[in-house]
Design a protein around this ligand. Structure first.
Ligand code: AP5
Ligand code: MG
Length: 214
């Protein structure tokens, strides 16, 4: 089973993808995470992507399509993929459909995690991540059980993303509405679009997603 999680920056795509991975034996492919890893490693792709990401704009279709194309060649994706943050333009969605077709695979569900803009700045500016294992947290909505210690791995160092400031979030939201929202009618036409209410608490959103996935 392959599925796409759609939704605005801070909507909960990464949080939910991590919760669904174990339950359904799927692999999470987050182009945002892959691009941040490329930036950290100083690769050619990372050098091209850094300024664009810091400005809250979208990296070119060629770059992200290339990253996904390479990643889908790895055997762990055979059991099914949760696409998180990809596709983000109609051109990316068309390229993904062509890739899946050439591999005799299909997209099972495109699920919009719907969250109005007014929730998102607080979600994003409160987000932090374990530097060791990548587990995600929030200052108010998802605190570690023990202050300063990661629930998953016991790590004690946390990071915040360079693009998680109020000014850049506004630009990321503009990009979402202008370039990514057209994917909703794209998948609706294919008959695979579903919507969940992403303003509910984290566990309830997971339950609604699980009800769709079965
Ligand atoms: P990316 O990393 O994909 O960022 P994004 O889409 O802006 O989404 P976020 O990761 O910010 O949000 P999320 O939905 O994962 O929310 P999360 O679960 O963390 O992309 C970053 C940049 O990379 C882009 O701007 C672009 O430059 C580039 N890029 C990436 N992919 C690209 C592509 N395909 N094409 C072109 N460029 C690309 O949740 C947020 C916080 O809220 C967390 O702290 C969490 O704990 C909390 N939270 C989650 N759910 C709830 C809830 N239900 N209630 C309360 N709090 C909650
Ligand atoms: Mg994310």
């Amino acid at each position: 089973m392959n599925l796409v999680l759609l939704g605005p920056p801070g909507g909960g795509k990464g949080t939910q993808a991590k919760r669904l991975m174990d339950k359904y034996g799927l692999v999470q492919l987050s182009t945002g995470d892959m691009l941040r890893a490329a930036v950290a490693s100083g690769s050619e792709v990372g050098k091209k992507a850094k300024a664009v990401m810091d400005a809250g704009q979208l990296v070119t279709d060629d770059i992200v399509i290339g990253i996904i194309q390479d990643r889908l060649k790895q055997p762990d994706t055979k059991s099914g993929v949760i696409f998180d943050g990809f596709p983000r333009t109609v051109a990316q969605a068309e390229a993904l459909d062509a890739m899946l077709k050439s591999m005799n695979l299909t997209m099972g569900h495109a699920i919009e995690i719907r969250v109005p803009d007014e929730f998102l700045i607080e979600r994003i500016t409160g987000r932090f991540t374990c530097a060791k294992c990548g587990a995600g947290y929030h200052d108010k909505y998802q605190k570690p059980k023990k202050d300063g210690v990661c629930d998953s791995c016991g790590g004690t160092e946390f990071t915040r993303r360079a693009d998680d400031n109020a000014e850049t979030v506004k630009k990321r939201l503009d990009a979402y509405h202008a370039q990514t929202a057209p994917l909703l009618p794209y998948y609706e036409k294919q008959g695979i679009l579903k919507v969940v209410d992403g303003t509910q608490d984290i566990g309830k959103v997971t339950a609604d997603l699980a009800a769709i996935l079965g």
